[in-house]
Design a protein around this ligand. Structure first.
Ligand SMILES: Nc1nc2c(ncn2[C@@H]2O[C@H](COP(=O)(O)OP(=O)(O)OP(=O)(O)O)[C@@H](O)[C@H]2O)c(=O)[nH]1
Ligand SMILES: [Mg+2]
Ligand SMILES: [Zn+2]
Ligand SMILES: [Zn+2]
Length: 399
């Protein structure tokens, strides 16, 4: 749908944006002698994002009224020049380096699979450890309700916080579902393309705690269709052989209603519809399948098992290490009764890879929703994203 070179999904609303024809927002600096524009409520933002924060007027320049490039325009009210580009659909400010090739990566998983905790930890890892590892500058862009929520989730899980795990994510409200957006800039890694800087806009959204029966398929499909790669969080407690363990440890049985197999087939169904794929055609979008909460299973494997090992720290994507982990996870999934999951992936995706992650690093008290007193020790949370970026050629794969 967004295959054309000029268009990429807006990182906030996932509608296709023609990068040659953005909307603009007045900068508030009028041309000499003109009356300055005043901040006002933006009705488009109210309707699409439920955001009534006042701002300078937004406008859609007519062709010819633009100042030379699609990076600048002249305010029709005060004639002041502005370089604040907006998505024409939701009037969010487009990141400075937003281009037609900016990727969007989604994170999906059903109720209780660990999305909110993982995203809050991933946000912190990206801007610190991952940025350091790749010598990159990775920052949040703009502010969404989600970024704020992720930060407060993390604060309550860190030492000094109240140790309380987040409540189930609220059902869909517009403000809640505005994605968290990051900009990743670094020295170009791809071979043969010379020096220079590469930049990528990353957009993640947090789906609310729905089960498959109540899922808003149209909305989910809109997001899924726009993504260039997906991270699918599966709850290993939901695999047949782990169910009893989960219940014995106090996991909420409602969170086990949908099995990983059911979740996966629902996602496959939505992607097939979104891409209008005929029978026997495989889905081309890379799919990172992540077994979340993996700390809960450390005791079942040897201490040098790949799921417990720390990932490498060099500024490349270590393909050999990743494949080794992939095969070991396949064996675990099989052992836990998920052989149907393995077959489904093989028949429906051209490119999938297994990962494990633990956002907390140690088991919480599931029944009282409180973390272990030692605070957060995230394990392997960034790997799935790094793989998606390597698949796109943004990071070097080392074999
Ligand atoms: N052992 C372990 N349990 C985890 C981890 N992360 C999350 N959990 C458990 O999973 C529960 C749900 O985590 P959330 O992040 O709220 O899951 P979610 O997918 O956002 O849930 P909804 O918003 O209800 O869809 C937590 O309350 C914990 O009990 C982890 O890293 N390790
Ligand atoms: Mg949640
Ligand atoms: Zn938008
Ligand atoms: Zn103006």
């Amino acid at each position: 749908m967004f295959g054309g070179k000029r268009s990429a999904p807006c990182p906030y609303c996932y509608e296709g944006v023609d990068v040659a024809a953005p909307a603009f927002r007045c900068s508030g600096r009028p041309a000499p002698g003109r009356v300055a524009c005043q901040k006002q409520q933006d009705d488009v933002r109210v309707t699409v994002l439920d955001d009534a924060t006042p701002g300078f007027p937004a406008f859609h320049p007519e062709r010819g009224r633009r100042l030379g490039t699609a990076y600048e325009a002249e305010c029709p009210h005060c004639s002041g020049p502005t370089g604040i580009r907006l998505c024409p659909n939701c009037h969010s400010t487009l990141p400075a380096n937003f281009t037609a090739s900016s990727p969007v990566f989604g994170l999906v998983g059903v109720r209780g699979s660990g999305k909110t905790v993982l995203l809050s930890v991933l946000a912190a890892e990206l801007t610190s450890a991952v940025a350091r590892r790749f010598g990159a500058s990775i920052d949040t862009v703009g502010n969404s309700a989600l970024l704020g929520r992720l930060q407060s989730v993390r604060q309550s899980l860190e030492p000094g916080g109240d140790g309380r795990l987040p409540a189930q994510t609220a059902a869909f409200t517009k403000a809640d579902t505005v994605p968290a957006v990051f900009e990743w800039q670094m020295t170009r890694q791809r071979r043969g393309l010379g020096g220079g800087t590469d930049s990528t806009i990353l957009s993640f959204y947090d789906t609310s705690g729905e089960d498959l029966a109540t899922l808003d398929r149209a909305r989910e499909q809109h997001y899924l269709a726009a993504t260039d790669g997906l991270i699918l969080l599966l709850d290993p407690f939901g695999l047949p052989e782990n169910r009893d363990t989960a219940l014995a440890r106090g996991v909420n049985p409602e969170n086990l209603d949908d099995t990983p197999m059911q979740v996966l087939s629902a996602v496959t169904g939505m992607l097939r519809e979104a891409d209008r794929l005929g029978p026997n055609k495989k889905i081309k979008r890379p799919l990172a399948v992540v077994l979340a909460k993996i700390d809960a299973f450390f005791a079942e494997v040897d201490s040098d098992h790949p799921i417990r090992r720390l990932p490498g720290n060099r500024p490349v994507f270590d393909e050999r290490e990743s494949l080794d982990l992939h095969h070991h996870v396949e064996a675990l999934v099989e052992r836990w009764g998920g052989d149907d999951v393995l077959r489904h992936l093989r028949f429906n995706y051209t490119s999938h890879r297994f990962f494990v992650a633990s956002a907390l690093g140690a088991e919480p008290d599931y029944a009282s929703a409180r973390v272990n007193g030692r605070g957060l020790r995230p394990h392997r949370v960034a790997e799935p994203l790094l793989w998606l970026m390597a698949e796109r050629g943004f990071l070097v794969k080392e074999r």
